[in-house]
Design a binder for this molecule. Structure first.
Ligand code: DGY
Length: 327
C-alpha cells in the first residue's frame, strides 16, 4: 500500500476537520495555533504534498522555491491574496479557495456592519457602559437613515450582490454599484442595482460598502482623494481586505468629520490596527469576522478539506483557482 500523502494544517481547525483529513493523510497540525514565522512555515512544509492554509499564510515565490514537495495549498477563505497564483502556476502548485459557502453569511455581516455604523450602535453602547447615560435627549446618537437611502457597492461579486439584494428588497434602498465588469441585465434586475462610474458612486452613495478583492490595482482604492468626494453625511464599510482603504487617511477623514462614520472588519497589516482608528469615536471595528458563524466556518473548513482530498487522493479538486496546473 502506498504511504498516505503528508500534509500540513497551518492553523487550528475544527477537530472533526482534522479527524477527516487524518483518514487520508499523514497530518502535521497546529492545534495550539502557534504563531509561526515564515521560516517555521517553510521548515514544516518540507516533505508535505499539501497545505491547509488560511488568509494569514503567505505562499509566494520564495516559499514555493523552498518547498519543492508542495503540490496544493487549500485556503480556508474565499479571498486568496495570500497566494501568489502566477508563482504557484509556474511551480505547478494548485491553489484552492472556499467560494459560495460563505456568500450569504458574509453579506449578512456586511449589512449588520452598515447598520451598526449608520445607527451608531457601538459608539452609543460604549457611552452607556461608561455610565454616561443620565438622560434622554432629542439628538442623542442621531445617525444616518438606512431604509430608502442610496447604497453604493464597490465590487459586485457574489457577496456584493448579496448585500445589494438585502438593501434593495429588505430596506427599499436605491442600489448603485461599480465593478470591473458590469453584471448581466438579469442579475442587475435581481439585485435592483444600477451600474455607475466610480466617481458617481463616491459622490452619491449614502452608505458605501467595499467588497472588491485586494490586488495591486485595488491597493488604496479608497484614499484621501476618494474620501474627499464622498458626502459629509456618508458612511463607509470595508469587509473586503485591508489595504483597499488607506487607513491613515480614513482615520483623519473621520476625525475631521469629512465623512460621518465607518465600519471596518479588515485592516492594513492586521491584526495590527492603525492607532488613529482606535481613538476616533465614529468607527465600528471588528476583527475580520464577516464569515464567522459556526455553520459557515465549518462549511469553509469542509470545502478546504474536500479540495485537499479531491486533489491529492482523487486528482479532482472542487474549487481550483489555477486550473492550468491540472492540464
Ligand atoms: C475570506 O474568506 O476571504 C474571509 O475574509 C476570511 O478570510
Amino acid at each position: 500500500m502506498n504511504p498516505k500523502p503528508r500534509i500540513l494544517v497551518a492553523r487550528a481547525v475544527f477537530p472533526e476537520t482534522l479527524a477527516r483529513l487524518e483518514q487520508h493523510f499523514e497530518v502535521e497540525h497546529n492545534q495550539a495555533d502557534a504563531a509561526w514565522s515564515r521560516q517555521d512555515l517553510v521548515a514544516r512544509l518540507q516533505g508535505k504534498a499539501g497545505a491547509f492554509t488560511t488568509g494569514t499564510e503567505r505562499i509566494d515565490a520564495d516559499v514555493l522555491a523552498a518547498c519543492t514537495d508542495l503540490k496544493v495549498c487549500a485556503n480556508m477563505a474565499v479571498g486568496y491574496n495570500n497566494f501568489d497564483l502566477p508563482a504557484m502556476s509556474a511551480r505547478k502548485v494548485l491553489g484552492t479557495n472556499t467560494p459560495d459557502v460563505l456568500t450569504e453569511t458574509t453579506a449578512d455581516f456586511g449589512f449588520a456592519l452598515l447598520m451598526a455604523t449608520a445607527r451608531r450602535i457601538a459608539e452609543s453602547e460604549h457611552y452607556l457602559r461608561a455610565g454616561k447615560w443620565t438622560k434622554w435627549s432629542f439628538d442623542m446618537f442621531a445617525g444616518a437613515e438606512v431604509h430608502g437611502s442610496t447604497l453604493g457597492i464597490l465590487g459586485m461579486g457574489r457577496i456584493g450582490q448579496g448585500i445589494a439584494r438585502r438593501g434593495a428588497h429588505g430596506f427599499g434602498m436605491n442600489v448603485i454599484y461599480h465593478n470591473r465588469s458590469r453584471l448581466t441585465p438579469e442579475l442587475e434586475v435581481a439585485c435592483k442595482a444600477r451600474y455607475v462610474g466610480k466617481e458617481e458612486l463616491l459622490r452619491t452613495a449614502d452608505h458605501l460598502v467595499l467588497v472588491l478583492p485586494y490586488s495591486a490595482e485595488s491597493h488604496h482604492a479608497i484614499g484621501s482623494a476618494e474620501l474627499a468626494q464622498m458626502k459629509p453625511t456618508a458612511t463607509l464599510v470595508n469587509i473586503a481586505r485591508g489595504g483597499i482603504v488607506d487607513d491613515a487617511a480614513l482615520a483623519q477623514a473621520l476625525r475631521e468629520q469629512r465623512i460621518a462614520a465607518a465600519g471596518l472588519d479588515v485592516f492594513e497589516g492586521e491584526p495590527k490596527v492603525h492607532p488613529d482608528l482606535l481613538t476616533v469615536p465614529n468607527v465600528v471595528l471588528t476583527p475580520h469576522i464577516a464569515s464567522a458563524t459556526v455553520r459557515t466556518r465549518r462549511a469553509m473548513a469542509d470545502l478546504a478539506a474536500d479540495n485537499l482530498i479531491g486533489f491529492l487522493v482523487h486528482g479532482k479538486p472542487v474549487t481550483p483557482l489555477n486550473p492550468d496546473v491540472l492540464a
